[in-house]
Design a protein around this ligand. Structure first.
Ligand SMILES: C[S@@+](CC[C@H](N)C(=O)[O-])C[C@H]1O[C@@H](n2cnc3c(N)ncnc32)[C@H](O)[C@@H]1O
Length: 329
């Protein structure tokens, strides 16, 4: 293949189309960009990859991770002892999601436990009536807006990439889940300015009211400065009594000397893990949150599961919930 590429006058899009017969389209872009960077292939002065194509491919790769989680939810929903039932997960996951999970069965339990943990977090946060608005950042293909038993009057605002939200809304609509009047779906790039979209007064979000925030399955894919900016923005919009749920991997997992095979695979698939911390509570406490940390193992015990062969075993993976203390906004 490489001699062919050297002689080739194909553009990046055409190269990616060829390679994508073997791999997903977005991963193909990523692989070609790496080959160019290390000098294995060269397209002269100008890259074969248009910068916008690479950016688009990165969005597609990250959007694809929502299919993986949906596939895990579909598998969990089939178990007699399921932790939840997600009737649309199978359709939403599609071939891409099931293909990924088929080779990584050991991820399924951890993802299912995560879903249930944050279902419970959201139920608990809204149950007392003190919190009536929920903001899910990078909501992916979860269908909590339709299926979680929200108390009367709770509003849900979901933000994710347009391609992900469009797929979810289309699938829900086709399956007969018409209308979700208490939910609003906002297409956004959470690494760029997004708060103005949420603050659009027509959407009904009120920063003076407490909010339940969820950032599930997102932070690990972001650069540290994007994580810090995102958490700053969330803190800025959170009044006293707000609650926050996030999941975090340990920073030590990402140490290149550990050389985990599954991290390499994620890089090759175009969605590398980028952020982790060994001080999950401190990350939030410095911004005025009271944080509690639950390691995956503890959550497994809570739900009567064990994913001892999970890549995330050994307290590397944590769920953090936080309560906003008095803040002078
Ligand atoms: C692993 S999925 C998790 C989805 C969902 N929270 C769940 O647990 O099922 C990651 C999600 O983050 C979204 N995402 C990643 N980077 C984003 C960004 N910069 N702006 C908006 N969404 C982003 C992806 O589109 C994807 O839906």
């Amino acid at each position: 293949m490489l001699p062919f590429l050297r002689e080739s006058r194909l553009k990046g899009d055409e190269l990616a189309a060829l390679v994508s017969k073997e791999h997903c389209y977005a991963a193909a872009y990523h692989a070609i960009a790496i080959l160019e960077r290390v000098g294995v292939i060269s397209a002269g002065k100008q890259s074969a990859i248009e910068p916008h194509a690479l950016a688009r491919s990165h969005v597609e790769c990250l959007a694809g991770t929502a299919n993986w989680v949906a596939a895990a939810r579909a598998q969990e929903s089939r178990r007699p002892d399921r932790l939840f039932d997600d009737p649309l997960a199978g359709q939403l996951a599609g071939e891409g999601g099931f293909g990924w999970i088929a080779k990584r069965a050991h991820w399924v339990d951890g993802l299912a436990i995560r879903t249930r943990f944050f279902d419970d977090f959201l139920r608990d946060a809204t149950r007392s009536g003190a919190i009536r608005q929920v903001v899910s950042l990078a909501s992916g293909l979860d269908i909590r807006a339709w299926c979680l038993d929200w108390p009367e009057g709770v509003r849900i605002l979901e933000l994710d990439r347009q391609v992900v939200l469009a797929k979810k809304l289309h699938t829900a609509d086709t399956a007969g889940y018409r209308g979700c009047p208490h939910a609003t779906f906002i297409s956004a790039d959470l690494t760029a300015g997004w708060t103005h979209l949420l603050l659009d007064e027509r959407l009904g979000f009120d920063p003076a009211e407490p909010t339940a925030w969820l950032l599930e399955g997102l932070l690990v894919y972001l650069e540290r400065h994007h994580v810090e900016r995102l958490l700053d923005d969330v803190a800025e919009l959170s009044t006293t009594g707000s609650r926050l749920g996030i999941d975090l991997v340990s920073g030590s997992v990402l140490d290149p000397r550990r050389n985990f095979l599954w991290l390499k695979e994620l890089r090759e698939q175009g969605c590398p893990w980028r952020f982790g911390t060994d001080e999950p509570a401190a990350l939030l406490e410095c911004q005025g949150w009271d944080a509690s940390v639950v390691a995956l193992e503890e959550a497994e015990r809570r739900y009567g599961r064990s994913s001892s062969d999970s890549p995330m075993q050994g307290s590397y993976y944590r769920f953090v919930t936080a309560y906003r203390k008095r803040c002078d906004r």
